[in-house]
Design a protein around this ligand. Structure first.
Ligand code: NAD
Length: 542
């Protein structure tokens, strides 16, 4: 996507203050002359490389990650292209700063660190007027919206309007990892209050300082927002982000057949974990339909992953009810079984008719190939658990998905050490390589950022009208196809983050092909879908 030309040519200080058009010291001699910049810049004419070098030097000087986050934010607010050049070239290092885990702290301290406003806020006082106030947004062609209500921010709970850091960070990844044009991105917080006692009493808190609205009133406000978006930005993809599990499922079920939307916590997570499992299939040469899965945690992430694994098994010729028999879930009350009366519908499909069991007993009884932790509770994959699974399985897969790093069910080192180097380990947060008995193991990071930017790129480039569940299946396959033998040999089920743009393009192509087959793409079908999508990719170079 090329940069939209400004209607009138900006000059002088207005040009230097335009985050989108500013090149600062990299304006050439001719540009300085033509654009009224002489006298406003020091003599030396820099180039992008020199500017990047200066940014990196300053970045490394910052002592804490939150200072790095604030530094990068201030760069973005001066020079958007330089920000994306730096982030893209150093994605492995920058991703934990602009997104999890640092973004968690940035959200907690959002009000204290508030400087320049970004994103779009809706609160209960806007009821009946959302369509009107949408006109205040400066861009007429928004294509990707990430929206949260701030109630379940990462593993940090209810952060109210401070949760705005999440849509902002996710959209930066859409740009950096897939090449969506930043002008076409819109971070949104539906600020319906907070039940966070600290924020309710903090004079610096910036959000709607009342208890959350619930029930019909809540759903009506969300619905008014969705309808306003459909009216003003009918081509926009809406990504629901960090809602509580019940609301996440409720909203997804209401809107997935009505507009272009998906939920990243449920569907994006499922896509990235399934990709890891498809790589594991290759690594141990055992088909997914012959594998057994035990989940610790039965929330949005775990049940979303479960549903997509079932779809993958169905695609391989199994009946859904038989596929579900291979998936078992444990939540904070124990094994999800038919006799339990407390199960919401998304858990009921996995409630098998067996006696109640705790985690250890379930593991001993079921002997799974794959253990998936999505609890938010650290340390739940104990030495005993890892030793037990390794006692009957030659190469078990351990997914410790809980974020941030401190919440992981076990660390990479624990998984390799306790399994005597037998386990394949994947995590939600990044872990460094581990050397165990002379062999280097590379933990794979099942980061949703491998999936959602590619979904967005396909949706924007081919103007998809819906995101269907099976698109996450083809996205997972496309990602798994990029994993090389050398990664598998080191026990790594994901490609390196350096490959993320390649992954996003492959996913965009795969889901767009699926959309054309199903009549869900509105852009006339190009002869070469890949070339078409590539031609739409935003390039931040000057
Ligand atoms: P959630 O609140 O919807 O679900 C948590 C589940 O864990 C619930 O079923 C709860 O009963 C269960 N649980 C908590 N402690 C437990 C314990 N000690 N034993 C058994 N069950 C326990 O949350 P979610 O959205 O499903 O997210 C869960 C975790 O997964 C979070 O930490 C999140 O960071 C992580 N996550 C990771 C990725 C990723 O790595 N790509 C993506 C999404 C979520």
């Amino acid at each position: 996507m090329s940069m939209t030309k400004s209607k009138e040519q900006l000059t002088g200080t207005r040009l230097l203050n335009s985050i989108r058009h500013n090149k600062s010291t990299a304006f050439t001699k001719e540009e300085r002359e033509e654009l009224g910049l002489r006298g406003l810049l020091p003599a030396k004419i820099a180039n992008a490389e020199m500017q990047q070098k200066r940014i990196l030097q300053n970045f490394y000087r910052k002592e804490s990650d939150i200072e790095k986050y604030i530094f990068l934010t201030s760069l973005l607010e001066r020079n958007e292209r330089l920000f994306y050049q730096v982030v893209m070239q150093h994605i492995e290092e920058m991703m934990p700063i602009i997104y999890t885990p640092t973004v968690g702290q940035a959200c907690r301290e959002f009000a204290q660190n508030f400087r320049k406003t970004r994103g779009f806020y809706i609160n209960p006082g806007d009821k009946g007027e959302i369509r009107k106030i949408l006109n205040n947004w400066p861009n007429d062609d928004v294509r990707v919206i990430v929206v949260t209500d701030g109630e379940r921010i990462l593993g940090l709970g209810d952060l109210g309007s401070n949760g705005m850091g999440i849509p902002i960070g996710k959209l930066q990844l859409y740009v950096a990892a897939a090449g969506i044009n930043p002008e076409q991105c819109m971070p949104v917080t539906i600020d319906i209050g907070t039940n966070n006692e600290e924020f309710l009493h903090d004079p610096l808190y910036l959000g709607w300082q009342e208890e959350r609205i619930r029930g019909e009133e809540y759903l009506e406000l969300i619905n008014e927002f969705i309808e306003a978006i459909q009216d003003k930005y009918p081509k926009a993809l809406i990504q629901f982000e960090d809602f509580t599990t019940d609301n996440a499922y409720k909203l997804l079920n209401i809107y997935k057949d009505r507009c272009l939307c998906f939920n990243d916590d449920i569907q994006g997570t499922a896509g990235v974990v399934l990709a890891g499992i498809l790589a594991y299939e290759r690594a141990i040469k055992k088909e997914i339909k012959d594998m057994k899965f035990l989940f610790l945690g039965a929330g949005a992430a775990a049940t979303g992953i479960g549903d997509l694994i079932v779809s993958a098994m169905v695609e391989r010729g199994m009946k859904a009810e038989d596929a579900r028999k291979n998936l078992w879930f444990i939540d904070s009350k124990g094994l999800v079984v038919a006799s339990r009366k407390d199960l919401p519908s998304y858990k009921q499909t996995y409630a098998h008719d067996v006696k109640p069991m705790d985690f250890k007993e379930a593991l001993e009884t079921l002997k799974p190939d794959v253990l998936i932790g999505a609890t938010g509770t650290p340390g739940t994959f104990t030495q005993e658990i890892i030793e037990k699974i390794t006692s009957y399985h030659q190469t078990p897969a351990i997914f410790a998905l809980s974020n941030p790093t401190a919440n992981a069910e076990c660390t990479a080192e624990q998984a390799y050490t306790w399994s005597h180097g037998k386990a394949i380990f994947c995590s939600g947060s990044p872990f460094a390589n581990v050397v165990y008995e002379g062999k280097t193991f590379k933990p794979g990071q099942g980061n949703n950022a491998y999936i959602f930017p590619g979904i967005g790129l396909g949706a924007v480039a081919c103007q998809l009208s819906r995101i269907t569940d099976d698109m996450f299946l083809v996205a997972a396959q496309a990602l798994a196809n990029l994993i090389q033998e050398k990664d598998l040999e080191m026990g790594c089920m994901y490609p390196s983050l350096q490959e993320i743009r390649k992954a996003s393009l492959a996913i965009a192509v795969a889901i767009s092909k699926r959309a054309y087959e199903k009549g869900l793409a509105q852009f006339p079908e190009p002869d070469n879908i890949e070339k078409h999508i590539e031609s739409m990719i935003y390039d931040p170079s000057y």
